[in-house]
Design a protein around this ligand. Structure first.
Ligand code: ADP
Ligand code: MG
Length: 284
């Protein structure tokens, strides 16, 4: 048997990274309540790159919030690396969010008064790392995502694409197991969106980070390896993207993707290995 991960079949051995069993989520009180998720079963193996699709209101963000331990299921079980999230204390959940999960949002969610470097450092501050160490990790992460030349810029001084890169640097700096990205390209033009997806593909491939993105766009979804579709809070489809349909992001768009490709293996591999020096500097 090969080690190939086939998420949707759910037949992988060992403990999945994430597993939802019959998960439901109800908002509000009886009478006015909304069932945002119903009976959701989902299994995600470590190292997957997958998309969640579905119409507006189908429960995609609710699902991401549950997966990210930002909220708890109303029913069913959520096992994260084999641990039942319902049994964890608030402190344990906060610790997991800080160490194991990186969040990326449509609106970037950077602190406006902080520099790129400070934004990326922040989760590492909560982790209690010494200043020099967190600065090194933050700088490396910014170099990996191609904004090593924007360390002291504040969000308003950065383009949307650069802000999203900073957000991704913040997500990867702490070496998370999984990145949860809710419509990460929703506020970006298509070329910039392409660069961001290329970056996710690289982070997944070279750093081994599991990436789950929400997208409305089938083209973007085909840039991942598996598509889970929601409708009215239920999973209505869950299948791998056939190899022939998979799209490597950024290919054939040298202008946009050049800074990603240049020295890509270097910084990413260095970050993965925890090494210090990265070339950087060639970003536009
Ligand atoms: N905090 C909330 N309180 C009440 N209802 C909510 C809340 N968040 C989402 N909902 C409702 O749950 C359903 C799913 O929402 P959401 O997960 O945001 O969908 P999507 O991200 O697919 O657009 C919608 O009907 C939405 O109105
Ligand atoms: Mg949403």
């Amino acid at each position: 048997m090969t080690g190939t991960v086939r998420g949707p079949a759910g037949t992988g051995r060992g403990t999945p990274l994430l597993e939802l069993q019959g998960v439901g989520k109800v908002y509000g009180e009886s009478g006015l309540s909304v069932a945002a998720l119903r009976g959701v079963d989902l299994r995600v193996e470590a190292g997957e790159l997958l998309s969640i699709m579905g119409p507006s209101g189908s429960g995609k963000s609710t699902l991401m919030n549950l997966l990210g331990c930002l909220d708890r299921p109303s029913e069913g079980r959520y096992l994260l690396e084999g641990r039942d999230v319902a049994l964890l204390t608030d402190n344990e959940l906060a610790e997991i969010r800080n160490r194991r999960i990186g969040f990326v949002f449509q609106t970037f969610n950077l602190l406006p008064r902080s520099t790129a470097l400070e934004n990326v450092e922040l989760p590492l501050v909560y982790r209690g790392l010494p200043a020099a160490e967190r600065r090194r990790l933050a700088r490396e992460a910014l170099e990996v995502v191609g904004v090593g030349h924007r360390l002291t810029h504040r969000p308003a001084q950065l383009s949307g694409g650069e802000q999203q890169r900073v957000a991704i640097a913040r997500a990867i700096a702490g070496n998370p197991g999984v990145i949860l990205a809710d419509e990460p390209t929703g506020n970006l033009d298509s070329r910039t969106g392409e660069e961001i997806i290329a970056l996710f593909q690289r982070v997944n491939r070279e750093l081994g980070v599991t990436v789950i993105q929400v997208t409305h766009d089938l083209h973007r979804a085909r840039q991942t390896r598996r598509i889970v579709r929601l409708r009215d809070g239920r999973v209505v489809d869950d299948r791998p993207v056939p190899e022939a349909e998979f799209v490597a992001a950024g290919s054939g768009d040298a202008g946009a993707a050049g800074n990603l490709d240049a020295g890509a293996a270097g910084p990413a591999a260095a970050a993965a290995a925890g090494a210090g020096q990265t070339p950087g500097g060639e970003a536009r």
